[in-house]
Design a protein. Structure first.
Length: 343
């Protein structure tokens, strides 16, 4: 398996330069134009995906408008990774060419510093519902391409398991699965899927990729603390005991709260029971259309007992789009990181 993954990485290196020659021909030869690599985070709930569309609200559309207000002229933004409607990003990356224009000193001013770009664009983004934010900016050479220079991409998928309704604080942030999930079986299924495979069974019908072969360098699922990250009574008490007495709270509250946490109705009234939270991690140089969501949909079925690990092997070997179970909803998917070798 290690050799398989290494072979995938080597093939990826040979492909990285593809497509860059055509994009370079479109670049402006103006020496005052500076290319920036821009990292962004966003909540995808109210977006019709990341790519610009004529009528619908998109991440690139909102970002381009913020840059237009900053630099005073239209700009074009190219993203490293496309995300669908409802999908979030902890860090997506794009590049943009900006010419600093000054009426008082035409052609005399140097390009904006990356920190200035970040602060200025965030200022205008906050005026547009504030569901996109620039988290980092780097000056790069004029031929540096956000998509073709990407070495790998990492996605997270969040599932919340429990019979109680999902909290409104988690609405559109995770997939609520009412049933209990068998973590060990899900992890066994992940081991079947990691590595290089023909993922025809795990790509949507509209996928335009020439080859269905992809290499999953990492694919796993773990249980993590539930969110939002507000400590329970027991967690607060444990922290106080481990770190010493807290004079503001310990004498008057902690002993009573810990003793009655599970027995006194007055102490538990209005307190939600937490869901169990699972996070699937998928890392590869590139993915097929809807691949991660289809993989997670199959994992969930393994967790609930609807499918077995052998069924996952069968679906993978079937190499047909109709073999997989329905894909997971967009709301639980997060683009977590796009990795680069920066100049």
């Amino acid at each position: 398996a290690r050799e398989t993954i290494k072979g995938c990485e080597n093939r990826g290196r040979r492909r990285r330069g593809r497509g860059s020659s055509s994009s370079e021909s479109e670049l402006s030869m103006n020496p005052r134009v500076q290319r920036y690599l821009v990292a962004i985070e966003y909540i995808g709930t109210r977006f019709s995906g990341s790519q610009q569309q004529a009528k619908d609200r998109t991440v690139v559309g909102v970002l381009q408008e913020a840059f237009r207000k900053f630099v005073g002229q239209p700009v074009k933004i190219l993203c490293s990774s496309r995300t669908d409607a409802g999908v979030h990003a902890l860090s997506n990356v794009c590049h943009i060419d900006v010419e600093r224009i000054s009426k008082r000193k035409p052609g005399e001013l140097p390009p904006h510093e990356p920190g200035v770009v970040q602060r200025a664009v965030n200022h205008f983004l906050q005026r547009n519902d504030g569901d996109v934010m620039v988290t980092d900016v780097r000056s790069v050479p004029s031929n540096y391409h956000a998509r073709y220079k990407a070495l790998e991409r990492t996605y997270f998928y969040r599932l919340l398991s429990g019979s109680d309704p999902l909290s409104i604080l988690e609405k559109d942030r995770a997939w609520h699965v009412p049933e209990e999930l068998d973590l060990r079986s899900m992890q066994e299924a992940c081991r079947v899927l990691v590595g290089s495979h023909d993922f025809t069974s795990f790509r949507a019908a509209g996928c335009q990729a020439k080859s269905p072969v992809r290499c999953l360098d990492e694919f796993n699922v773990i249980e993590v603390p539930s969110t939002p990250y507000f400590p329970s009574i027991m967690e607060r008490a444990e922290s106080i005991l481990n770190n010493g007495d807290d004079p503001l709270t310990y004498p008057s509250q902690t002993k009573t709260e810990t003793a009655s946490d599970t027995t006194n109705f007055g102490e538990t009234f209005g307190i939600r029971r937490r869901h169990r939270c699972y996070v699937v991690t998928a890392r590869a140089r590139g993915f097929l259309y809807h691949q991660v969501r289809l993989l997670v949909g199959a994992l969930k079925c393994v967790g609930t007992g609807e499918l077995t690990v052998s069924d996952i092997e069968r679906i993978l070997e079937a190499k047909t789009v109709s073999a997989a179970k329905p894909m997971a909803p967009a709301s639980g998917l997060y683009l977590a990181r796009v990795k680069y070798e920066l100049p």
